[in-house]
Design a binder for this molecule. Sequence first.
Ligand code: MN
Ligand code: MN
Length: 316
Amino acid sequence: MTEASDTFEWGDHRPADPNDRTFATALAHPPEDPAAALVGFPFDGAVLGRRGAREGPRALREALAAVKTRRLGAGDTDPRVADRGDAPLEPDAAVEAAHQAAADRARQARDEGVVPVALGGDHSLTYPLVRPHAEAVGDLAVVNVDAHLDVREVHGAPNSGTSFGRLLRDGLVEGEHLAEVGVRDLATSGAYVDWARDQGVHLVPAREVREAGPGAVLDDLYRGPLADADALYLSLDVDAMDQAHAPGVSAPSPGGLTSAAFADLARAAVARAPAPVVGVDVVETAPRHDPTGRTARAAAWALAHVLLELSRGDPP
Ligand code: MN
Ligand code: MN
């Protein structure tokens, strides 16, 4: 395994009270057979809006470190998670270099039988993170929780708005197996909305998540168009949350999800998945734009649910 470029010492973040068990406690002593492995990508060289997501991996780890591991009523045991550090990227790495690192790390985790949980970094990374899974399984379904569709055409280099368009255009994911959940009114060009609909992509507006609830929205997808998938990939763009809940993103806007709805979606997306979840990413956390730290805390909250749900699965 490649060395981490920016080592985060989970042991330094352990709680003072020995009765407290947090993700820092768990990650300071990872199990021999983790179900999931964190890997950070401190890269925002392809971001469309404000930069800052390169600081996302550290902010997510710091916030996750303080989250306790027990959910009321869930009967959780310790999370079976390891931290594989950050991919060693230069501060201003080229897009191709960052994407190669993402694809390599996803492939390594796959070969090891652990679920890679990528800490972004900008959303351009999702294309290379998904690719190894899409090539290895028959029908890969993808759930993207995002304010935006990210189906833009590539003009020059890929950017944070192109990952899902690339997956569809390259034939790696079928339109009918892509669900975009929490998408925002007034945030996407009509041309791309029409294009996505023409591909059969399932668009679930943020309003529908508010009105029907996260569980009902996912049940509709999981019992319907995504039911026959062989595996599932979950992408969590933190800007799916409203700017009041997550100001520290490259493209904040109103009309979005609460932090509670975002975490509920993340949890249910794994807990109710109709097929094995083979990869997850949490992208677009840009802490420099949020001195309160609430964005990273909300993202880590959702991430904690994902890690606990992945830990409930059988060991690989
Ligand atoms: Mn977005
Ligand atoms: Mn996005």
